[in-house]
Design a protein around this ligand. Structure first.
Ligand code: F6R
Length: 638
C-alpha cells in the first residue's frame, strides 16, 4: 500500500494483448541471452516450467530455432518439478511433456535437460533432491527462470506454507492443484498426490525470473502476488524479494490489478468511457454500501472519484445516469420484446421471432452459463439452436464409461443378442482395465465417453425446452485429435463454425470463452468462434447481435454486464436440476467436511445469485438470480 492506502505493484507487470504476444517478447529475450552467452563462450542455464502456460513460449522458441537459426546446443535446462509416483514414460510426466513440447524439436545436447529425479524409492528422494541442487550450482546457477502460477499461488509445486528458503524436496499437492490437474489425468483419482519441486529458495537464486500468466482464472492470484505484502501463504508473492523479476501477463490475467480494475485508484489519470464510468459508480455504491441514487458528492471524493465528479458530476447527475443505464440492462426478453419501444432495451424488438444460435465449448457449458435464458428464448418463440463445439469426451471419467459399457452389454444380453453391441461394450471394458499401460483413451473409449456427454446434454436441454432436433454436435477436430494443453485450433475448426453460421444465419449468437486460459477448451473454442464471426456476414434479414455469457469460472460484476436476465426461484431451481443431469461433470470425489462445494450447479447458482445481490445492493430490483451478458461490439478486441 502507498501512504494513501492505494495498492502499489511491488513486482513489475507487463501486460500484453495475448499470450502469443507475451511469449514472443520473452522468446526474443531468451534468444538474446542464449546468443550473447554463446558469443562470450559461456554456458547458458534456463529454468523451465511445464503446464499450459509456457506452451506458446516453447512453440515460439521452436519457431526461432527453425526459422532464425537459434541454437540451444550450448544451453542447459533445469525444470522446476516432476510428479512423484508415475511410471516412467507416463504421458503426464513432466519429462515426457517437456520432451514433446520443446526438447525434441530443437538441438539440445544429450544430457542437457534436467528434471528432478523421482525414479528411486521414496527414501532415496532426499538424496536425489540434494543432487539436483548441486547440479544447478555446478552448472553455474540459473540465468533465467520461467515460472507459471497456480491458483493457490504456487510456483513450481511450492504450495501455500512453503518457506522462502525452502529447497528442492518432496511435497504433497494441494487439493485445488490436484483438481486443476484432474482433466490431464482423466479423473482426479488418477492425479499423483506428491511431487518433487525446486524450493522457493532455489527459485529465488535464479539471476532473473519471469512469471507468465494467461486468462482471468489467474487474475486474482496475480493481483494478490503483486500488490499484497509477501507471505508464505501465497508463495508467488515471495518473488517480491527478488531484484530482477517481472510478470508477463495477458489482458485477462491483468484484470484484477488495481490499475486495470479500478484505474481511478491508481493515481493515474483515467480516460472515462461510458463503460468505465458505469463500473466506477457501481463499485462506489457497493463500497459505500449505499444504493446508487443515495451517493453524495463526498462519497465520490472519498472513493477516489473526485476527478469524475468534476468532469461529469454533480453526484445527482451521475447517479441518475448510471442508475438508468444499469436499470436498462435488465430484461426478461433476451431475444427482444416485440412491439416494445426498444431504444433503451439491451436487445432490438425486431426481428421477432429470431434465429438464435447458442455455442457451447463443451456440452453443458451453455446451461451453466445461460440455462435460464435458453429456456426463455425457447418459450418466447425463437428458433433456438444449441451447438456443442466439442464432444467433451476428455472430461468423462473411466468409471462413467465402464458403467455405460456395462449397460450396453446388459441390454444386448437382455435382448438375447451377443452381436456387435455386446462386443463393443466388452471391448470398452477391457480397454479401461488397461489404464495402467495405456494412459490415453482409445478411439472406442473416447467415442463412448462422447456418447455419454451427448445424452446428458440432450437430457439437460430437454429441461430447458430445447428439442433434440435443435441440438448440434460439431466435434471440432482440434479437440477430437488433441489432448489437454496441446490443442491447436486451426482452419478446419474455423471452417466448421463458419459453415454453421452460414447455414443458420442467426440474428443472435451467444458465445463464451473470451479471456479464459487460451490453452483450455473454452479458450480454444473462443479463438475459433472469434475468427469465424469475423469471416461471417450478418444475416440477410437483419443485423446480428453477439452476446458473451459467463464462462464457468467467471462472473460479471454489476456494472459490467450489458444485459441481465432475471431468473425466478423456480427457474433457478430448474436450471440447477438441468445442470445436475450432467452427471459426468459432478465432482468425482466426496469433498472433505466443510470444504466449499465445487459442484457445477452450485458454482453457477452462487455466481448468479451474487449478481442479483449486487443489483439489489445498487438499489435496483431484487431478483433470485441474474444471468449476465456482455455485448460483443464489432470493435471489441477478440
Ligand atoms: C509447472 C509448475 C506449476 C505451474 C502452475 C500453473 O512446472 O511448476 O507451478 O506453472 O501450476 O499451471 P498451468 O500453466 O497449467 O496453469
Amino acid at each position: 500500500m502507498s501512504p494513501d492506502g492505494i495498492p502499489q505493484e511491488r513486482i513489475p507487470v507487463e501486460v500484453h494483448a495475448d499470450a502469443a504476444a507475451g511469449c514472443a517478447t520473452l522468446a526474443r529475450a531468451i534468444a538474446e541471452l542464449v546468443r550473447s552467452r554463446q558469443a562470450a563462450g559461456k554456458p547458458c542455464v534456463l529454468g523451465l516450467a511445464t503446464g499450459s502456460t509456457p506452451v506458446p513460449l516453447y512453440r515460439e522458441l521452436i519457431r526461432l530455432h527453425r526459422e532464425e537459426g537459434l541454437s540451444f546446443a550450448h544451453v542447459t535446462t533445469f525444470n522446476l518439478d516432476e510428479y512423484h509416483g508415475l511410471p516412467e514414460g507416463h504421458p503426464q510426466s513432466y519429462r515426457v511433456f517437456m520432451h514433446e513440447q520443446f526438447f525434441r524439436h530443437v538441438d539440445f545436447q544429450p544430457g542437457a535437460n534436467h528434471l528432478p529425479d523421482v525414479s528411486g524409492p521414496r527414501d532415496a528422494i532426499h538424496g536425489a533432491c540434494l543432487a539436483y541442487e548441486r547440479a544447478i550450482r555446478e552448472a553455474g546457477g540459473i540465468d533465467l527462470q520461467v515460472l507459471g502460477i497456480g491458483r493457490t499461488g504456487h510456483i513450481g509445486f511450492n504450495e501455500p506454507g512453503s518457506a522462502p528458503d525452502s529447497r528442492t524436496r518432496l511435497v504433497t499437492l494441494d487439493r485445488l492443484t490436484r483438481s486443476d490437474a484432474a482433466r490431464d489425468f482423466l479423473g482426479e483419482t488418477n492425479v499423483p498426490r506428491h511431487a518433487v519441486t525446486m524450493g522457493v529458495g532455489t527459485i529465488l537464486e535464479a539471476r532473473r525470473i519471469v512469471l507468465l500468466a494467461w486468462g482471468h482464472r489467474k487474475a486474482s492470484v496475480v493481483a494478490r502476488a503483486v500488490e499484497e505484502p509477501p507471505t508464505d501463504a501465497l508463495p508467488a508473492s515471495l518473488l517480491q524479494r527478488h531484484g530482477d523479476v517481472r510478470f508477463v501477463v495477458d489482458g485477462a490475467a491483468a484484470v484484477e490489478l488495481t490499475r486495470v480494475r479500478r484505474p481511478w485508484l491508481s493515481g493515474a489519470s483515467v480516460a472515462w468511457t461510458p463503460r468505465t464510468l458505469r463500473r466506477a459508480v457501481c463499485w462506489l455504491a457497493l463500497r459505500a454500501r449505499r444504493p446508487v441514487l443515495k451517493l453524495l458528492d463526498e462519497h465520490y471524493a472519498e472513493g477516489g472519484l473526485a476527478d469524475l465528479l468534476t468532469q461529469a458530476g454533480p453526484a445527482y447527475d451521475l447517479n441518475i445516469r448510471v442508475f438508468n443505464e444499469v436499470q436498462h440492462t435488465i430484461t426478461g426478453w433476451p431475444g427482444g420484446k416485440p412491439g416494445a419501444d426498444d431504444r433503451v432495451r439491451p436487445e432490438r424488438a425486431l426481428p421477432h421471432p429470431r434465429r438464435v444460435l447458442v455455442l457451447s465449448p463443451e456440452p453443458a457449458d451453455c446451461i451453466t452459463g445461460m440455462g435460464g435464458t435458453i429456456e426463455r428464448l425457447v418459450a418466447q418463440g425463437h428458433a433456438v439452436t444449441v451447438a456443442a463445439l466439442t464432444s467433451g469426451n476428455l472430461a468423462v471419467s473411466d468409471e462413467e464409461a465402464a458403467l455405460a459399457a456395462g449397460l450396453v452389454i446388459d441390454i444386448a444380453e437382455t435382448l438375447g443378442e451377443d452381436g456387435a453391441e455386446a462386443w463393443l461394450g466388452r471391448r470398452i471394458q477391457h480397454l479401461l482395465t488397461l489404464r495402467h499401460e495405456r494412459y490415453d483413451d482409445s478411439p472406442e473409449v473416447r467415442r463412448m465417453k462422447g456418447m455419454i456427454r451427448r445424452n446428458e446434454f440432450r437430457a439437460a436441454l430437454r429441461q430447458a425446452g430445447v428439442a433434440p432436433s435443435c441440438v448440434r454436435f460439431l466435434q471440432l477436430p482440434f479437440y477430437e485429435n488433441g489432448r489437454y494443453r496441446q490443442f491447436r485450433p486451426g482452419d478446419a475448426d474455423v471452417d466448421a463454425v463458419v459453415a454453421l453460421l452460414a447455414e443458420l444465419a442467426p440474428h443472435s449468437v451467444f458465445v463464451t470463452g473470451r479471456g479464459v486460459d487460451p490453452a483450455s477448451v473454452a479458450g480454444s473454442t473462443w479463438s475459433v468462434v472469434a475468427r469465424a464471426l469475423e469471416r461471417s456476414p450478418a444475416p440477410p434479414d437483419g443485423p446480428r447481435s453477439v452476446w458473451l455469457y459467463a464462462a464457468s469460472d467467471h462472473a460479471w460484476e454489476p456494472g459490467e454486464a450489458d444485459m441481465v436476465v432475471p431468473l425466478s426461484p423456480g427457474e433457478l431451481a430448474r436450471r440447477s436440476e438441468a445442470i445436475y443431469q450432467v452427471r459426468s461433470q459432478r465432482s468425482q470425489t466426496p469433498l472433505p467436511a466443510g470444504a466449499e462445494s465445487a459442484e457445477p450447479w452450485k458454482a453457477a447458482h452462487d455466481r448468479d445469485c451474487a449478481l442479483a445481490g449486487g443489483y439489489d445492493a445498487l438499489g435496483l430490483a431484487e431478483y433470485a438470480a441474474l444471468e449476465g451478458f456482455v455485448r460483443l461490439a464489432p470493435d471489441d478486441p477478440a
